[in-house]
Design a protein around this ligand. Structure first.
Ligand SMILES: NC(=O)c1ccc[n+]([C@@H]2O[C@H](COP(=O)([O-])OP(=O)(O)OC[C@H]3O[C@@H](n4cnc5c(N)ncnc54)[C@H](O)[C@@H]3O)[C@@H](O)[C@H]2O)c1
Length: 302
């Protein structure tokens, strides 16, 4: 079977990385961005990533730079959008994509949190539209959540899951279009309790992170929470939940501690302080540590 032709709309942090993943697996990937400057550097950024990872640099030759949206999507079997996180922009773009693309092309949005239903609701053919939530950096984090709306056809979901498995990703099917899909719901449920522990004076922010990294964080990459529950027994899990859950934070919105940090201008690394203080050297060291860990995980799997 011929490989699907891919179009990536948006060549920023996520878009260029997504194009890189498809190109490295032998797919032709057209890429478009409304910013000429961003588009102009897309191939250089992909080449630099491929070189850094020790991947085949010639893969970049399968990436086609397009200065017009219609040129990128016209022949595509699959169009994935990775533009700014703005509902009106995404809605408008999919109108233009639907006008220019083939009637049988599959459409995906890489939105982080906007409901896929809201983005796709005005399309003429909503059965072919879905969400694909990648994680940053797309060429190092395996998961892609494939999110269906009430209109998405099972065939479109099935095809998209197979496509992402073929390029070495770990696709999963999210059956309902809920805010945060699966990954970000879980992540932010944990973050809320982390902030509550600091807010309530149980421990400081550094301790929260140390506790996670030096304990269950060590196991998480190979032992999911529900595997863990089965490992220790659902009866023990029930007993723990009866004692602990009544005390866990259930605030329905952002916690006051977080609101206050933002109001005070403590925005994290970009302002030098958030939950903790960050010198430029500490920021650089943290970024290198994360990247090194993700690269090592990929090597271990290969
Ligand atoms: N950064 C992450 O960690 C991450 C993770 C998962 C999902 N996402 C989602 O992916 C999407 C892209 O995020 P990003 O981090 O790559 O952002 P980014 O700012 O790096 O890139 C967005 C790109 O969209 C382009 N753009 C804006 N309007 C456009 C238009 N009309 N047509 C074509 N291109 C246009 C911009 O020029 C820019 O290059 C967002 O929806 C974001 O929420 C981001």
């Amino acid at each position: 079977m011929a490989k699907a032709r891919i179009a990536v709309v948006g060549a920023g942090l996520m878009g260029h990385g997504i194009a890189q993943v498809f190109a490295l697996s032998g797919y032709e990937a057209a890429i478009y961005d409304s910013s000429a400057a961003t588009l102009a550097t897309a191939k250089d950024r992909i080449t630099a990533n491929l070189r850094d990872l020790g991947d085949d640099v010639s893969a970049v030759e399968r990436v086609r730079i397009c200065s017009e949206l219609a040129d990128a999507v016209r022949d595509a079997d699959y169009v994935v959008e990775a533009v700014l996180e703005d509902l009106a922009l995404k809605q408008q773009l999919f109108q233009e994509i639907e006008t220019a693309a083939r009637p049988d092309a599959i459409f995906a949005s890489n939105t982080s949190v906007i409901p896929i239903t809201a983005i796709m609701r005005d399309l003429r053919n909503r059965a072919r539209a879905l969400g694909t939530h990648w994680w940053n950096p797309p060429y190092l984090v395996p998961l892609v959540e494939v999110i269906g709306t009430e209109w998405t056809s099972p065939a479109a979901i099935d095809w998209t899951i197979k496509l992402h498995a073929d390029v070495g990703k770990t696709p999963v099917h999210v059956k309902r279009d809920v805010p945060g899909f699966v990954g970000n719901r879980l992540q932010h449920a944990l973050w809320r309790e982390c902030i509550a522990l600091v807010q309530n004076g149980i421990c400081d922010a550094e301790t929260v992170d140390t506790v996670i990294k030096a304990s269950f964080g060590r196991r998480l990459a190979v032992l999911g929470p529900l595997e863990n529950a089965d490992l220790v027994g659902t009866d023990l899990t029930l007993a723990i939940h009866r004692t602990v859950l009544p005390d866990i934070d259930r605030t329905p919105g952002p916690l006051p501690y977080l609101e206050q940090l933002v109001q005070q201008g403590n925005l994290g690394m970009k302002s030098g302080e958030g939950f903790r203080k960050w010198s430029p050297d500490q920021q650089q060291a943290l970024r290198q540590r994360v990247l090194g860990h993700l690269k090592q995980a990929r090597t271990n799997k290969a």
